[in-house]
Every structure is written in C-alpha cells, then in structure tokens.
Design a protein around this ligand. Structure first.
Ligand code: F6P
Ligand code: MG
Length: 465
C-alpha cells in the first residue's frame, strides 16, 4: 500500500533522480543566475534593486555549490509565507539529509521553494519570475503548432452530436493534443533542442505517438463526460491541475474551449502554482500573458521576437484565426466559465496523498465539488503516486492511496513519462521496453525509456463510484 512503498532517492544511481540532482539542477540554477544578472538595473537610482539582485546571485551561487558538493539541505529562510514551517519540519523529520541522499520529490520541491525565498524576502524582486524569459522564448517558438490548432478551432467547437464515430474521434484527438503538449516542458530543455520541441508538437508527431501510450483510459472519460452532458447538462465542472506554461497551457485552454463549446463542461477551474516552479510551470501571470499574446499575436510573435527565424509580418488569415480563438476564451473567462484558482497547496512538497488530510480540507473540499479533476504532467503524476518505486503493474487506484477509490473525487492523469515512477502498466510492458527501447538497451537495469517524455499514460480512477 501507499504507506510502505519507498520514494525514489537521489542516491539511487540507476534512477533519473540521481541524474537530475547531479546534472540538471546545477544547470537550472546557473540559468537562474544568468537571468537575475541580466535583470539587474545597474543605474544609481535603482540602488536597492541592484544590491538585492547581487545578493540573490550570491545566494543562488551558494545553493549551486551546496548541490554540487553534496552538502546538507539547510532550513528554508522564513520569507513570511505560511508553508515555510511545513517544509522545515519535514526537513528536520528527514534528519537533515544531503543533496545526494534524499527523496527526489522532496529535494526538487525544496529546491524551487528555496529559490523562491530569495526573491520573496527581497523588496524589489518579490514578483520577479526568474524563468520568464525561457518561458516566453519557447512560447514564441511554438507558433507553427499554435497556428495549426488555431485554424482548426472553429471546426472543433462546432457542436457535435456525440452519437457518431466522428464526435468520439474528435474528443479523443483533443485529449491527445492536450496530453502531448506536456512533452515539451522546459525543465527538460537541458536535454532537448528547439527543433526537437517543434517536431514533438506537430500533428504528424501526435499520430506517431499513439502507440507510445502505455495505458489509456480515455474511453471511460468519453463515456463519463457524454453521460454527464445528458444528466446534468448545465452544471458540469471540470478542473485542470496545470503543469507548464507556453504551449502546454495553450493546449489546456484549447481543451477548455472545446469542452465548454461542446457543452461537455459548463465550468472549468484551472489550478496554477504560486511560485516559479520546475522552470516552466504556470503562474497566474503566465495565464494573463498567454491571453495577451493571443490578443495581439503580431506584437508578441513578431515584433517582440528576437529569434533568428523571425518573420516580418504575420499573415492576416493567421492573426484572424488566433483572434477568433482569443475572443472565445476571453468570453468564457469574462462569463466566469473559465477561472483560475491559485492555492499554496500546489507548491508544497507533499504527495497528493495528503490532500484528504484535515489541514488541506479547503483544497480537497473544493476539488470534490468537481466532476472530473485532470492532473497534467509528470510532476503531478509523481505527486499522485508519491514518486515511489511501485511495481509498475500496481493498479493506478492503489497508488493514489487515500485519494483513490471511494475518496469522492474523480482523478484523470494526462502524463508523458519523465521520471521513473509508473503504475498501471500491463504485465511485461516495463520489461519489454527495457530490452527493446533503443535508449534503454545499454543499461537495462535502469528504466530509461521512462525519462524523456516519449511514452505516456492516461489513467483514470473514479473516486465517486
Ligand atoms: O524528469 C525531469 C523533470 O524535470 C522532473 O524533475 C519533473 O518531474 C518533470 O520533469 C517536470 O515535468 P512536468 O513539467 O511534466 O511536470
Ligand atoms: Mg512542469
């Protein structure tokens, strides 16, 4: 059960935890240092901001040193926010672990929360998003895929009957778009090129990828949402626990627009993060910037674009397509049908097993009001399953522990695999991929096939049954 399964540890050299701690984190911290360095004003009248910026750089550099030299994780600086004791108590309970001998999930959340304390406890950098630059650059580089989808928006929002094969095919395709949008998060950019990203986003890639979905409960979601449309038509709430901004948020909103237009949902609630998180995760400000970009695409994608492949102008048919999509989303937002609801819960280190605890009842009671909660991405999946070394054939509902069967909440995970944990696989699948996937064959003792976002799982547990 969830009580006696072991979390992945950064000390496990065969897990992606170890590679993450040794290779990815120092690079990510270095990128943060560069970003702050470039944002330091350096003018005399902004002395405080300059001095604070220099101090933040020193703190980031020290953090990088501590990670690279396997020092102990130190208590978080109190930045005045209420989750600090929650982190520090957990750290103490772990016995002041070192960077290379600590649970992966805990250490990685701690890393981003610690970075956030540097900015939160300043006076001039409190809302500074250290990863904003890379988020915007990748959003710009996603323009081809955004255009492809924007041109199809009128067709996918034309009401379907949901009695024919075509309706079902479209439903499945929209969810597949939303699923694979997760393949391109920025924390993996340390290993993916922009070309890789663009090729992951096109329609051709999506078709190719279908065989890489190792467990797929989407038919059940089709049955659920079409039957709810019949039984409680005007009162169906769907929640999305967001993952990454940029292209992934775009496809999340695309899914939202589809569900609302088709009457499969009457209200969509989006759950973002409250601090810059795992590089590319959505902050409330990313939601606004994406809508602004769609409102004035020429300005965002062309005028402000400093990429090499910069074009001079967008074609009118393209700006029209994006505008139409923007107007639809903006209207849903204005009508209160598409809302964004932050909570500090999403930036705790906790597995989602703790959602059902007394102290988290605000979030949990809210989620139980929903008809379906969709968890996007890898980190959310790690939290749903406790990031633990489950046998990969363990049923999904078992790995959910207290938020599984009978919990009162319906959970759908849309996850491309970027970490070791995986459950709900058919017997033999993990063994086969270890032997057959070209990325895995050199070290079959590792589950390397699961690290790169090439495979995915779509898993559902009906906790309201
Ligand atoms: O596996 C690499 C990694 O950065 C993990 O640290 C993290 O769980 C995940 O990818 C982030 O991916 P996502 O944005 O899909 O949650
Ligand atoms: Mg993410």
């Amino acid at each position: 059960s969830h009580e006696n399964v072991q979390p992945y540890m950064t000390s496990d050299q065969d897990s992606f935890a170890y590679t993450s701690a040794c290779r990815r984190w120092p690079i990510i911290i270095t990128q943060a240092i560069d970003a702050v360095f470039r944002s330091i004003p350096g003018t005399a009248d902004e002395k405080t901001k300059t001095n604070e910026g220099r101090k933040i750089i020193e703190e980031l550099a020290r953090l990088k040193y501590e990670v690279q030299h396997n020092r102990a994780l130190t208590p978080l600086l109190d930045d005045g926010l209420p989750d600090i004791p929650h982190y520090n108590n957990a750290l103490q309970a772990l016995g002041d672990p070192k960077w290379l001998d600590v649970s992966w999930l805990f250490a990685e959340c701690y890393l981003y929360r610690r970075i956030a304390t540097y900015f939160r406890s300043s006076t001039k950098w409190t809302d500074y998003d250290v990863f904003l630059g890379s988020k915007l650059t990748t959003l710009r580089s996603s323009l081809p895929a955004i255009l492809e989808l924007a041109h199809r928006y009128p067709a996918i929002t034309t009401p379907s009957t949901f009695t024919d094969e075509a309706s079902s095919l479209l439903f499945h395709e929209i969810f597949m778009i939303c699923l694979w949008g997760n393949a391109t998060d920025l924390s993996l950019l340390t290993t993916l090129s922009y070309d890789d990203i663009q090729s992951l986003q096109g329609s051709h890639a999506r078709k190719e990828s279908e065989k890489n979905i190792l467990a797929n409960d989407l038919d059940e979601i089709y049955k659920l949402l079409t039957s709810l449309k019949e039984s409680k038509a005007d009162n169906v709430r769907v929640d999305i626990v967001l993952d990454n901004s940029g292209f992934e948020l775009f496809v999340d909103l695309y899914l939202a627009g589809y569900l609302l237009s088709q009457g499969l949902a009457s209200h969509i609630v989006l759950h973002p993060k409250s601090h810059p998180w795992f590089v590319s995760d959505v902050l409330p400000s990313d939601f606004s910037s994406l809508l602004n970009a769609l409102q004035d695409p020429e300005n965002f994608f062309v005028t402000q674009n400093d990429l090499n492949e910069k074009k001079d102008k967008m074609e009118k048919k393209d700006t029209d397509a994006i505008s139409e999509l923007f107007l639809s989303l903006a209207q849903f937002h204005a009508e209160g049908k598409l809302t964004i609801r932050p909570s500090p819960y999403w930036t705790l280190q906790d597995p989602f097993w703790t959602l059902a605890k007394e102290e988290n009842q605000d979030v949990w009671n809210d989620l139980k009001e929903s008809d379906l909660v969709i968890y996007k991405g890898d980190l959310n999946y790690r939290k749903l399953t406790g990031d633990a070394a489950w046998n990969p054939t363990t049923p999904f509902e078992v790995a959910l522990g207290p938020i599984g069967k009978g919990s009162g909440c319906r959970t759908l995970a849309l996850r491309t695999c970027k970490a070791d944990v995986v459950v709900g696989l058919p017997e033999g699948t993990d063994e086969r991929l270890r032997k057959e996937d070209p990325d895995n064959t050199d070290q079959p003792q590792r589950r390397k096939w699961a690290w790169s976002g090439k495979y995915a799982v779509v898993q559902f547990c009906d906790g309201k049954e």
